[in-house]
Design a protein around this ligand. Structure first.
Ligand SMILES: NC(=O)c1ccc[n+]([C@@H]2O[C@H](COP(=O)([O-])OP(=O)(O)OC[C@H]3O[C@@H](n4cnc5c(N)ncnc54)[C@H](OP(=O)(O)O)[C@@H]3O)[C@@H](O)[C@H]2O)c1
Length: 407
């Protein structure tokens, strides 16, 4: 009797664990595993946009870890190995970059060796590696395709050289060690969250600050633009469709290129400013002016006055030369543009309000028409009627947050 009971009990236990297994398989099948990604460069313009997208749009599907460069510096190969070994991600996205004007050592270590070591780690872990690259790897010209590339040469600036070498090594590793990667080339990026004021936002800042008296370009110089807001949708899509996108390079640019002079004059009219005047400074005169300023700054530095020209001035030649990237391959892919009508022009009003508000708060600019941005909110009361503001807060806004109350 006791033996019978024991056999029955063992069978019951076996049955229940078998049932649990079946249930868990069925359950797992119905909700796919949540992916864990590592994002390098999450505090930057592109990285910040990606971090925000994955946090708000895919909380149940994808979790992203975005360690700061203090926690994980890609200059250190051991840091990369230790971090990825510990976190065990399902993919890595690299948007890190050394400052544009960095010396060769930093550009080499962050832009090239950092990329190389991330690729070596992801190849070992057999996980996808998404690499953000740049139009700086391309020559000037119109309708450039993904196979176009500059020749590697010592004459290239550190940024272009390191980005170009990174692209070539990734391709080599795809062919030779089976790296699953996608490289995405961005052109002139526009979007919110550029905390450093660089690239397009430097140009925008110079107009808003009225430090651009005339046009440092010539008529009909065209460039391609990349929309930072749309970019995460593409990254999400290529993560879900590895077969199509693995081993490939894509230009992530708006369909139509934009004339630089027209864009500058449009921004000027939005800001209701009188400068820059529509006078086109020839390239020879602009380079002469740049050299003269550099010499002047050297003289000043001897008497203890430090100053510098914006790093973007190393791209002065690009203000005078057309570089447009073909978006044909992107449009022929399975990716569907989530905001097909959004361009740099349609986005301008939003960017104007965002950056003017930001730069005003930082006391960086003050010369524009203040009615463009909404100053009627709390900050206005804080500035003009602080006592009344304090009383309003005491009357309406000091109750403890209800959702945090535990009792
Ligand atoms: N912005 C553009 O107009 C543009 C145009 C074409 C291509 N791109 C490409 O887009 C990518 C992102 O550019 P971005 O404009 O977003 O750059 P960004 O705003 O300058 O951000 C750079 C990021 O790199 C991180 N970083 C720097 N050194 C690092 C290190 N040693 N280890 C780990 N992280 C490090 C920074 O982190 P910390 O702040 O913590 O140092 C920061 O988060 C780059 O590949 C760039 O070539 C940008």
């Amino acid at each position: 009797m006791l033996k019978c009971f024991f056999t029955f009990f063992t069978q019951l236990v076996n049955f229940s664990s078998w049932f649990k297994e079946i249930y868990s398989v069925a359950h797992n099948n119905s909700s796919p595993k949540k992916l864990l990604g590592v994002l390098i460069g999450g505090s930057g313009l592109i990285g910040g946009t990606l971090a925000h997208y994955f946090k708000t749009k895919t909380p149940d599907e994808i979790e992203l870890r975005a360690p700061s460069s203090k926690k994980l510096s890609i200059r250190n190969a051991q840091d990369i190995r230790d971090y990825l070994k510990r976190v065990k991600p399902d993919f890595v996205i690299n948007t890190a970059i050394a400052n544009i004007g960095s010396d060769s050592q930093l550009a080499l270590e962050i832009n090239y060796l950092g990329t190389l070591n991330l690729a070596r780690a992801t190849a070992a872990l057999e996980i996808p590696y998404i690499h953000v690259s740049s139009a700086a790897t391309l020559p000037n010209g119109e309708d450039l395709v993904e196979d176009d590339q500059l020749q590697i040469s010592p004459k290239l600036n550190n940024y272009a050289k390191s980005k170009l070498m990174a692209e070539q090594t990734l391709k080599y590793m795809y062919k030779n060690v089976g790296l699953d990667y996608t490289a995405i080339r961005l052109a002139v990026v526009y979007g919110e969250h550029d905390h450093k004021i660089q690239g397009f936002h430097r140009l925008f800042f110079s107009i808003a600050d009225e430090s651009m008296p005339v046009l440092f370009t010539k008529k009909k110089v065209m460039h391609s633009y990349s929309n930072a807001n749309k970019f995460p949708y593409f990254v999400h899509h290529i993560l879900k469709n590895r077969e199509e996108f693995s081993g490939e390079t894509y230009h992530f640019v708006d369909k139509n290129p934009v004339e630089l002079a027209d864009l500058i004059l449009t921004i000027k009219s939005y800001l209701e400013l009188s400068t820059p005047r529509e006078i086109y400074v020839p390239y020879s005169m602009a380079t002469f002016g740049k050299k003269a300023l550099e010499m002047l700054l050297k003289v000043f530095s001897r008497i203890g006055m430090k100053g510098g020209l914006p790093a973007e001035l190393m791209f002065l030649e690009n203000f005078y030369k057309t570089q447009t990237l073909s978006s044909e391959k992107l449009r022929a892919s399975s990716f569907v543009d989530p905001m097909p009508t959004e361009t740099i022009y349609t986005k301008l009003p939003e960017l104007v309000v965002y950056y003017l508000t930001r730069w005003t708060h930082q006391n960086l600019i003050s010369t524009f028409n203040e009615s463009i941005i909404d100053n009627s909110s709390m900050a206005g009361e804080f500035e003009q009627t602080p006592r009344k503001f304090l009383e309003t807060i005491h009357a309406d806004s000091t109750a403890p947050f209800r959702d945090l109350i535990t009792r």
